[in-house]
Design a protein around this ligand. Structure first.
Ligand code: PGA
Length: 255
């Protein structure tokens, strides 16, 4: 399938930034700047900002995502948030398996898979993050790492469910470090991810999946990265907190 037929998606990952009132202000700034976007525009924001964020973007083309979700519907899971809670306030997307969750909060491929299955069952669209550590790249096992993550994170996800899955390739060494993967490195791994999806499902299903690159993507390098055949969008950390920078990336994806 031609890249032009896949949905380009630019998603901001705000991480642990912005209070509810700050979130509202930033979204009010972003909205007019992206109103003519020819791609999907998402802001993934902290849990306590979600209700204000959904309210603020009503009537605009900006969608709201959460940064994680638990796999159980309810129960004794102090501090966790369920899919039902997100759905009720109008959240559409959810980032899962971000490397910061894997690194600092004990997230594993098994729990990423449980969250992915639960999100899909609830009608949320997961943005599933995969990516290798620097030393894994240096040891030349990037492909093994990515193949394993894709297989385990999407275990038992049906071909029909895959239509609602977005994959974000985020080399861990490029996140928040200012070190972007080169466009060729990003393309190489995004193409590899698509090949893995083709193996696990089939070529048509793989061709339809939006694969984002993430890791120090900004207004200066977005054009080149998004120009690559298998890079269909971006998951943006730092640059998503500055309206003009985020809007410039959205513009690059709209070409
Ligand atoms: P960054 O973060 O753009 O600040 O590198 C990307 C991410 O963690 O999703």
């Amino acid at each position: 399938m031609d890249k032009a037929k896949r949905k380009a998606i630019i998603a901001g990952n705000w991480k642990m930034n912005k209070t509810p009132s700050e979130a509202k202000a930033l979204l009010e700034e972003i909205k007019p700047l992206v109103s003519d976007a020819d791609c999907e525009v998402i802001a993934c924001v902290p849990y306590v900002d979600l209700a204000a964020a959904v309210e603020t973007v009503k009537g605009s083309n900006v969608k709201i995502g959460a940064e994680n979700v638990h796999w159980e519907e309810k129960g004794a899971f102090t501090g966790e948030i369920s899919t039902g809670m997100l759905k009720e306030i109008g959240v559409e997307y959810v980032v899962l398996g971000h490397s910061e969750r894997r690194q600092y909060f004990g997230e594993t491929d098994e729990t990423v898979n449980k969250r992915t299955k639960a999100a899909l069952a609830a009608g949320l669209k997961p943005i599933v993050c995969v990516g290798e550590l620097l030393w894994e790249r240096e040891c030349d096992i990037t492909e093994e790492v990515i193949a394993r993550q894709i297989k385990l994170d999407l275990w038992d996800v049906t071909e029909d469910e895959l239509k609602n899955v977005v994959i974000a390739y985020e080399p861990v060494w490029a996140i928040g470090t200012g070190k972007t993967a080169t466009a060729d490195q990003a393309e190489e791994v995004c193409a590899f991810i698509r090949a893995q999806l083709a193996k696990l499902y089939n070529q048509a299903a793989a061709d339809a999946v939006t694969i984002q690159y993430g890791g120090s993507m900004n207004d200066g390098n977005a054009d080149e990265l998004l120009g690559k055949t298998n890079v269909d969008g971006g998951l943006i950390g730092g640059a998503s907190l500055v309206a003009e920078k985020f809007a410039a990336i959205v513009k690059a994806a709209s070409k």
